[in-house]
Design a binder for this molecule. Structure first.
Ligand SMILES: C[S@@+](CC[C@H](N)C(=O)[O-])C[C@H]1O[C@@H](n2cnc3c(N)ncnc32)[C@H](O)[C@@H]1O
Length: 215
């Protein structure tokens, strides 16, 4: 599938599930202390470095954009799906949400202090991820941080799976960290946790990366 076909499929799939999805994730952090800890660490690092606003890329209905705002960050969200953006604006009218794609961000070079990409790169075909990571690197200020959440596996090659919304990929944290290193990032730390009851039986992982101050 071409890049634009994959994105049209993903856009249509998320447009179609917006109401159900927004309800599902509305309070999802409430019983996820490890994720909250990673988000808090990310927010603290971004605040300390004070290099610019934070973009929640692939923000969906914006619940994490709002969480980062509540942690004291200047945030905005970007998503491929117009329905997700409309829902995010409705639920969080005090925040900014833009329609757009991570493969060609309408954001200037080096303007962001941080990027959150929470399970939003999971649908990107592996061969296209270097384009996305190059965009992340371009828009981050030197010293800026990236927090990337994804489904984890042990196979060093990415594994396709039938995610409930549309086709997705699991990555070994080492392989994904290596791809990010190739894009110019250095690793700060990572989280890998067991699936909880009721969740799909995959580990979930977060990589906290940084664009080097001279990068
Ligand atoms: C699994 S949802 C995650 C949403 C939100 N980050 C969360 O954690 O609830 C994936 C989101 O990424 C968005 N997305 C996928 N590919 C994208 C792209 N190339 N550019 C922008 N958004 C994208 C989808 O539209 C969808 O809203």
């Amino acid at each position: 599938m071409s890049q634009s076909t994959t994105q049209s499929t993903t856009r249509a799939a998320y447009d179609a599930v917006v109401t159900v999805y927004a309800e599902l994730v509305r309070d999802f952090l409430a019983d996820l202390p490890l994720e909250r800890a990673m988000l808090a660490a990310f927010a603290e690092l971004v605040r300390t470095h004070d290099a610019g606003p934070v973009a929640d890329l692939g923000c969906g209905p914006g619940q994490l954009t709002a969480h980062l705002h509540d942690l004291g960050l200047t945030t905005f969200g970007v998503d491929l799906s117009p329905a997700m953006i409309a829902r995010a604006r409705q639920d969080h009218p005090h925040l900014r949400f833009d329609e757009g794609t991570m493969t060609a961000l309408e954001i200037g070079d080096g303007v962001l202090g941080g990027i959150l990409a929470h399970f939003s790169t999971i649908h990107t075909p592996p061969a296209e991820l270097p384009v996305v990571f190059a965009e992340f690197h371009r828009v981050l200020a030197p010293g800026g941080h990236l927090l990337l959440g994804f489904f984890a596996g042990d196979d060093p090659r990415p594994q396709e799976f039938d995610h409930k919304v549309t086709l997705a990929y699991r990555w070994s944290p080492d392989s994904l960290a290596e791809l990010l290193r190739q894009a110019g990032f250095v690793e700060v730390g990572r989280l890998r946790r067991e699936p909880r009851e009721g969740e799909r039986q995959f580990h979930q992982a977060h990589l906290l990366m940084r664009k080097p101050p001279q990068g």
